[in-house]
Design a protein around this ligand. Structure first.
Ligand SMILES: [Zn+2]
Length: 493
């Protein structure tokens, strides 16, 4: 009943809207109200514009060239930009029966012409290197270079010797000529500690039905990196700024657990500890410090027994992306990603529950939830699987007519198979172009604690796909497909 009334109100509104003189609603790139020109990166030569027009049967032109409009009034155009110096303007015109009913001018410049960005005032002001740093922020990251990709994820309390600084970054020497960079907001200068190596001592390994735990005592928390072998059975943890005083490794060989553990010094100030399991490490692992920082604790989750392919007793965290002020991507008809994925998330939760799973949603309303809060939520609920739901967009300059459809993202090698089973069923459900399976360092797929995948169901900006994303029957089909994909993952070993 409530829905029925809304229907009348909405269609009433749309009729009034349609009786206006006509309107070009350019959704992206977003036009500033005060006429400030839009700034394109210097490398962009041709780019996309999308939005909608009313009435829907009007003829739209951009710079005198005809633009296709769908029966819903949506348009998406890929238009060459004018590279002449100064502020340029792209003119859109809307025509009904040879009568001009609306015009819209889109002013733009290239980044090199826009005002230079404000200078960075947060540069590190220390010249007494080397110094000792301590990680004081949750979710700290180091980068391969200032502005480069993420490299290490040091937990709170990690000690880092810095040999130099570059802008707002400290330069961390990794030995063997390797360096990594950490932003000053993640660390504090630790004047109490000296620049000592961490000393690793005797290791113990214990295995149980559900998980194995390796404890590596160390004299101070140091930087570490993990690597999973290609057969997924061997996990190597490299400890930097450390020396080994490991004399023995005590471990209990056990069916389904760990069957080998060893250590070796690897170059300057690095010790590698390797643990080999009897089954692939697909259900996740985690390295953290003991609460008193006296040891690194490595936990490996084993495949739990139980009926193959059954989701009974499996905990699945469903993450509808974005929310609240974080709208995510937008479509020509102003469809918002945050709304689409919330609807889809609830449908998926229902499908998974029907199959016996315990399901937790990271958000159930239109509210903002931080990306790390979502990851922590999944950890707190001991997720056996995390799926993050999104609908895609492209950066300026890419051709949306060449790139659209359904895509799946993963990060850890242990999640590769999960990405494959989910992607196969996703494609089957959407019947859209295969955008591919991507290896990508995204916050929601970065945790190693459990298999995690991120799906981009379709492109919100692509009119045909936006139309589907607005159709709840399509979303139901996708929810069913994703649930089947997750079920396949737990079935095929
Ligand atoms: Zn998204």
């Amino acid at each position: 009943m409530k829905l029925f009334l809304w229907g009348i109100i909405l269609s009433g509104f749309m009729l009034t809207h349609a009786s206006w003189a006509g309107q070009i609603d350019l959704v992206y790139p977003r036009l500033e109200g005060d006429g400030t020109p839009y700034v394109f990166m210097d490398t962009v030569r041709t780019t996309f514009f999308f939005g909608n027009v009313s009435p829907v049967d009007a003829r739209l032109e951009a710079a005198g060239r005809s633009v296709d409009v769908t029966t819903d009034g949506a348009f998406l155009a890929y238009i060459p930009l004018d590279t002449a110096p100064g502020t340029k303007s792209l003119r859109f015109t809307l025509i009904v029966e040879r009568r001009l009913i609306d015009t819209l001018d889109f002013p733009y410049v290239f980044a090199c012409e826009a005002e230079a960005a404000e200078s960075d005032t947060t540069a590190v002001e220390t010249d007494n290197f080397p110094i000792n740093l301590k990680v004081t922020a949750e979710h700290a990251v180091t980068r391969t270079a200032p502005g480069g990709t993420y490299e290490f994820f040091p937990p709170l309390g990690t000690n880092l010797p810095a040999g130099d600084s570059k802008g707002k970054f400290f330069v961390i020497d990794l030995g063997g000529g390797e360096t990594t960079y950490i932003e000053n907001r993640f660390v504090e200068v630790d004047s109490t500690g000296c620049l000592d190596y961490s000393i690793l001592s005797d290791v113990t390994v214990s295995s149980h039905l559900q998980q194995s735990t390796m404890t590596v005592p160390l004299s101070r928390p140091c930087l570490f990196r993990t690597r999973l072998s290609s057969d997924l059975r061997e996990l190597t943890v490299s400890f930097y700024h450390s020396v080994s005083d490991i004399n023995k490794i005590t471990f209990e060989p056990w069916e389904g657990g760990v069957n080998l553990a060893q250590w070796q010094p690897s170059g300057e100030g690095r010790v590698d500890v390797t643990i080999r399991c009897t089954t692939p490490i697909e259900q996740g692992y985690r390295v953290r410090y003991a609460p008193d920082y006296s040891a690194a604790v490595i936990t490996i989750r084993h495949q739990s027994a139980g009926r193959q392919g059954s989701l009974r007793d499996k905990t699945i965290v469903v993450d509808p992306g974005h929310g609240g002020a974080a709208k995510g991507s937008v479509g020509p008809l102003r469809t918002l990603e945050k709304d689409v994925v919330l609807t889809l998330g609830k449908l998926l939760a229902r499908e998974l529950e029907k199959r016996g799973a315990n399901v937790f949603l990271t958000r159930e309303d239109d509210e903002y939830v931080g990306i790390y809060e979502r990851v922590d939520f999944a950890r707190e609920h001991h997720a056996d699987f995390l799926i993050s739901l999104h609908s895609n967009a492209l950066p300026d300059g890419e051709n949306p007519f060449l790139r659209h459809g359904s895509g799946t993202y993963y990060y850890h090698p242990g999640s590769r198979r999960a990405a494959e089973t989910v992607h196969r069923r996703l494609l089957h459900a959407t019947k859209l172009r295969d955008d591919g399976i991507f290896y990508d360092d995204l916050a929601l797929v970065r945790p190693s604690d459990f298999p995690s995948v991120l799906v981009e169901v379709a492109y919100t900006m692509y009119p045909d796909e936006e139309k589907l994303l607005r159709d709840v029957r399509f979303l139901k089909r996708v929810a069913k497909g994703l649930a089947r994909g997750i079920q396949d993952y737990f079935r095929m070993r």
